[in-house]
Design a protein around this ligand. Structure first.
Ligand code: DAT
Ligand code: MG
Length: 140
């Protein structure tokens, strides 16, 4: 089967906490390749597009604000079933219940902030991955 590509973001909390290397270490240890990598601070327009499925939810505005509050590291990660595989590495959305051994379970924090600060984003389907990679890395 063809290797799959997924969009991984290290969110502003992860970058601020110096967890970029730790996240990328886990990605590479799993056997995935990093085919694009860039740190940047992005504006609300890109983030509203990125998180369009959540428009109208109570956490949408805080999420966009949090994600634009500082630099993120965006990566295109490639490997066999990497979409599902990276989601497994990341763990459940809520760091409180994310399993130990996962990025969010080991390192994530949800200490009463308006939006869950769970360190990473990973695309959730082939359609999302294609859409998100096109948004963040239009040249790929
Ligand atoms: P995931 O990032 O695991 O795919 P999601 O797509 O449902 O989760 O939500 C996007 C992000 O929004 C998530 O990483 C953190 C935030 N979020 C989700 N549900 C939330 C909630 N109930 N309260 C606060 N923030 C939330
Ligand atoms: Mg999601």
């Amino acid at each position: 089967t063809q290797p799959e590509r997924t969009l991984v973001l290290i969110k502003p909390d992860g970058v601020a906490r110096r967890l970029t290397g730790e996240v990328l270490r886990r990605v590479e240890a799993k056997g995935y390749s990093i085919v694009a990598l860039e740190q940047r601070t992005v504006g609300a327009d890109l983030l509203r597009e990125h998180y369009a499925e959540h428009e109208g939810k109570p956490f949408f505005a805080p999420l966009v604000e949090f994600m634009s509050s500082g630099p993120v590291v965006a990566a295109v990660v490639e490997g066999h079933r990497s979409i599902e595989g990276f989601r497994a590495l990341a763990g459940a959305t809520d760091p409180t219940t994310a399993a130990p051994g996962t990025i969010r379970g080991d390192l994530g924090r949800d200490w009463g902030t308006a939006v869950v600060q769970n360190i990473v984003h990973g695309s959730d389907s082939p359609e999302s991955a294609a859409r998100e990679i096109g948004l963040w890395f239009p040249a790929l």
